[in-house]
Design a protein around this ligand. Sequence first.
Ligand code: PLP
Length: 451
Amino acid sequence: MNKITNHLPTAELQALDAAHHMHPFTANAFLAEKGARVITRATGVTLTDSEGEQILDAMAGLWCVNIGYGRDELADVAYRQMKELPYYNTFFMSTHVPAIALADKVAELAPGNLNHVFFASGGSEANDTNIRLVRTYWQNLGKPSKQIIIGRNNAYHGSTLGATSLGGMKGMQAQGGLLPGFAHIGQPHWYLEGGDMSPEEFGLMRARELEAKIAELGEENVAAFIAEPVQGAGGVIVPPDSYWPEIQRICDAHDILLIVDEVITGFGRTGEWFGTQYYGLRPDIITIAKGLSSGYAPIGGSVVSDHVAEVLGREEFAHGYTYSGHPVAAAVALENLRILEDEKIVDHVKNEAAPYLAEKWHQLGDHPFVGETKIVGMMASLALTADKSVRKPFESPAGTVGYMVREKCFANNLIMRHVGDRMIVAPPLVMTKADIDLLFERAVKSLDEGY
Ligand code: PLP
């Protein structure tokens, strides 16, 4: 029988954790010095740790628990599905009802002609699928030289080697390398990189880097451009309004497929079902994961437009994962989408939660070391700065102050994340005004405690 349960003392759990469990995005040697916080249960927007502390989760886990924690309906569906058909695949001309029903529902919800879903277990796998998918598309069309995919500096598309190469996280690329066949342009991060330009001038300038990069590489060699509507893990970087229309124009003009990575922005986070709708985009492919199942089961996918699916379907696409369209994960995701729809959670974001969060979030901009506050729907960021009048960075190494503020928040039972010296939140979409008041109260306390 398993002897490691919630009943063990925290220190013992932490020691076992440090001894045997390698954590993602963590300096694991540090775990032995300072044990990780052990989360034992969660309900609504609140986590409980092994000491019984109640923590407000303003990150919805990893931007995924859109409907909040503790929804029994999802557990019931998983139980029933596991009893009925715990596993089967959809390779080699077989299929099953949960995958059929989920693909059908996603096609209904996704905008435009995005009507075909290729399932994966999460966002990284789905973006890896996209690499093979767009390259195969051009091959099938008789243009095999169109292979290079252009991404952006500081973008995050996942942790596999393919997804790391699509993305632009230099620290990740330094560990394990960057695959050939990828190129990157600058990010639309006006606060950090805009200099004396207006945000709109800067947005246009950054979008036009795509056109310059296509010219440099040769249009005949470029398959696609990939981007998140709002860079999430890069620090909730909201692009200037001029940015996306120009990107769309350039992709159309140069016959480049547009892949919009909706892993964070999908399923209501922006106050629309998809970030694509928020920005009025016409992508050829979108990547989905996280909010698809609200994190209750690992599932993601590539949603492909009619014209791309038609070209791909001309030959066998030799690609697939054992867990593509996993029946339990698909059934859970379907129930999650039912809850999002029936409880009108996307409307709640648009009309109540996001406007109220925005009002409170912008008030944080009055704090002496908060430089800018940005928000789209239920994803927000603020820049910590030594001198807000000139957007001056701190003298300590980048990220030190952000880390300290994050630690203050954690001690005050608020989960906020830092990206360098930028603080970010992406709460569950079901947050009420009272939850947002608590978030604000704890954020102000943590900022007031200084660094
Ligand atoms: N794409 C984006 C925009 C993400 O934010 C993430 C994860 O944070 C991923 C892809 C990778 O998804 P996963 O962690 O499910 O592999």
